[in-house]
Design a protein around this ligand. Sequence first.
Ligand SMILES: Nc1ncnc2c1ncn2[C@@H]1O[C@H](COP(=O)(O)OP(=O)(O)OP(=O)(O)O)[C@@H](O)[C@H]1O
Ligand SMILES: [Mg+2]
Length: 159
Amino acid sequence: VDTLEVTSASLSYTRRLGSRLGELAQPGDIYLLMGELGTGKTSLVQGIAWGLGIPGYTPSPSFILVAEHQGRLPLYHIDLYRIERVAEAADLGLEDYLCGAGVCAVEWAERALPLFPAERLEVHLRYAGPRRRRLRLHPCGERYQGLVAALRAWVEAEG
Ligand SMILES: Nc1ncnc2c1ncn2[C@@H]1O[C@H](COP(=O)(O)OP(=O)(O)OP(=O)(O)O)[C@@H](O)[C@H]1O
Ligand SMILES: [Mg+2]
């Protein structure tokens, strides 16, 4: 009921949705992105960066685990693709990012789910055609219910 289902029909829409999310972001926000290869996780984070005022953000293909950028708030772009077991992720010291005043956007969060706080925004992405992606934004906790409500208003206004 609180969950927002969005169909993105283009890369640019996914980025704009991300950008709106970045505009609405608050210190300490945690966004967990989950979905197969090429479903648009990085593209969404690129939009989040733009919305946070990091306009030129193009994720480096070579970044290993955490890329840190300074916008209106710090953005911690975390990619757990190379993590195979939760224990590996537990050794990485993610707590510093998760407890900080920045915004954490985590790709492949499903690889280390037990490490994340219960309060978070989950974004599940699915392939729905060559240019279509299905995004399910699921708020866990009051803060994120408000956030998803604001995003829903944006999605409805955008058509
Ligand atoms: N509606 C859409 N939204 C997002 N990306 C789209 C869309 N339609 C097509 N694409 C394409 O899908 C790809 C998404 O790549 P992206 O790197 O964002 O995915 P990813 O989920 O981060 O992949 P990975 O698991 O490898 O990190 C891009 O090549 C993009 O052009
Ligand atoms: Mg990616």
